[in-house]
Design a protein around this ligand. Structure first.
Ligand SMILES: [Zn+2]
Length: 155
């Protein structure tokens, strides 16, 4: 009987994991959408800077640095936001980039498989916008741990 119980448990776990993957995928797409919005905003800023510089050069004026600098700051700000979103995507995919060579690694890898560099530990993933779905994902992880413990006890 225990065999069948285990089978049932495994099937429901698979279902939950698949569901978790679907949630993660939609979350990933959402973040990618935000990134592409930010990239468009950056392009707009480049355009605005170019226009400011062109108009002033055309009229024989000195380029007003303050205005250009403030637009450059906005671009840097957008770029920072993009790197944060890219980190969030890596966290959702449960991968990380090697701190030394940039190779994509499992989130819990202690060393890089390519260059061997020791990796800093990754904090637990939190999806801020949809807390309910995050809870569901955490439950799956807890179940997996319990099952592993059971298997160890039997051996
Ligand atoms: Zn590496």
């Amino acid at each position: 009987m225990e065999f069948f119980n285990k089978l049932g448990k495994k099937a429901s776990q698979t279902y939950q994991v698949t569901k978790e993957k679907a949630v993660n995928l939609s979350e990933e797409l959402k973040l990618k959408g935000k990134i592409s919005d930010l990239k468009n905003k950056i392009e707009d800023k480049y355009y605005e800077i170019g226009k400011i510089v062109y108009n002033e050069v055309k009229d024989g004026k000195d380029v007003s640095k303050d205005e250009v600098i403030s637009k450059c700051d906005e671009i840097s700000n957008f770029k920072d936001q993009i790197s944060k979103l890219e980190m969030d995507i890596l966290a959702i995919k449960k991968v990380k980039k090697c701190s030394k060579c940039g190779e994509e690694l499992e989130a819990d890898a202690a060393f890089c498989s390519k260059c061997g560099a020791e990796q800093p530990k990754v904090e637990k993933i939190e999806i801020k916008e949809e807390p309910e779905q995050t809870k569901e994902a955490e439950v799956v992880e807890i179940n997996n741990v319990e099952e592993k413990n059971e298997e160890n006890n039997e051996n």
